[in-house]
Design a protein around this ligand. Structure first.
Ligand code: RIB
Length: 300
């Protein structure tokens, strides 16, 4: 059976709901404070594990209460954390999140997420990965570590999925190590200077990322679903119509479930359909990892 191996961030999310976003120098009343495990890497791993994939995490946390809590929760969700490093001196990553009208704004203190080097990731992959396994990563860890890890995973024969979020440039020479690139509209615009919206601009953006070397590209379009290429053909999967209460971790759910489906050899179209449904369920609930659905909820 193929495993999903996620190299990425683990953050404690400190979330608060507010009626409106404060202006400079202003204080506004908030409500429903929530401290819950998140981080793009952790969320993607949890989404894959809750779907039933054998999931391993490569990450780093601090020797503090947040770090311990993050590991405990990942293990409860059956994410293998044997390769998560515990830093002696660094602080665990923290994300301060404000939720307003169902949408969020995030400020991140990366902390120990930036401690791992490509050599550390390589050491773990050589120990636990096999050709055909899925390697999933994002941009919340140190940029060079992420890029070099993609190269290492690809050269080991793994299938690489990259979600360049938060948006930072991908140097052209690294595109060739990406089997599947998953971006939202802003991230696609950041990489291509094309804002993908209707079919034509999506086509151009996908084309541009493929020309740089990505084999397969998915652009998530929020309430308009997602669009992707299968060879030269483009396919669009509509979003599920639901009311959003908190969009945190929706994109991560999409990627984790997508990876889990691909690990089961489902084809890309079916995998995107599962991922879309899972992401829709996540946004009907507050928080990050706690909001991600189990497979049985998605399959109803
Ligand atoms: O994608 C959502 C995640 O981004 C949150 O859980 C937060 O930790 C930030 O990293």
């Amino acid at each position: 059976m193929k495993s999903v191996i996620v190299f990425g961030s683990l953050n404690m999310d400190l979330t608060i709901q507010c009626e409106r976003i404060p202006q400079q120098g202003e204080t506004v009343e908030g409500s429903n404070f929530l401290s819950n495990p998140g981080g793009k890497g952790g969320n993607q791993a949890v989404a894959a594990a809750k779907f039933g994939a054998s999931t391993k995490m490569i990450a780093c946390v601090g020797q503090d209460v947040f770090g311990q809590k993050l590991l405990n929760v990942l293990e409860e969700y059956k994410v293998d954390c044997q390769s998560v490093k515990i830093s002696k001196s660094g602080q665990t990553g923290v994300a301060v999140i404000t939720c307003h009208e169902g949408d969020n704004r995030i400020i991140l203190s990366s902390g120990t997420n930036h401690e791992l080097k490509a050599e550390d990731v390589k050491e773990v992959l050589y120990k636990v990965a096999k050709p055909g396994d899925l390697f999933v990563t994002q941009y919340e860890c140190e940029q060079n570590t992420v890029l070099e890890s993609l190269q290492i995973a690809k050269e080991m024969g793994m299938y690489t999925i990259f979600n360049p979020a938060p948006a930072k440039i991908i140097p052209t020479q690294y595109y060739t190590y990406i089997d599947l690139l998953v971006v939202n509209q802003t991230e696609a615009e950041f990489q291509t200077k094309i804002f993908p919206q209707e079919e034509e601009s999506c086509k151009e953006a996908i084309q541009s990322m493929r020309q740089m070397g990505a084999q397969q590209v998915i652009i998530t379009l929020g309430s308009s679903g997602s669009i992707f290429n299968l060879g030269e053909e483009l396919y669009q999967v509509p979003a599920c119509q639901i009311e959003a209460v908190d969009t945190t971790a929706a994109g991560d759910t999409f990627i984790g479930v997508l990876a889990a489906c691909l690990a089961e050899e489902k084809d890309l179209k079916e995998s995107v359909q599962y991922a879309t449904k899972a992401a829709a369920l996540t946004i009907t609930r507050y928080g990050a990892q706690q909001a991600i659905p189990y497979r049985k909820e998605i399959e109803i």
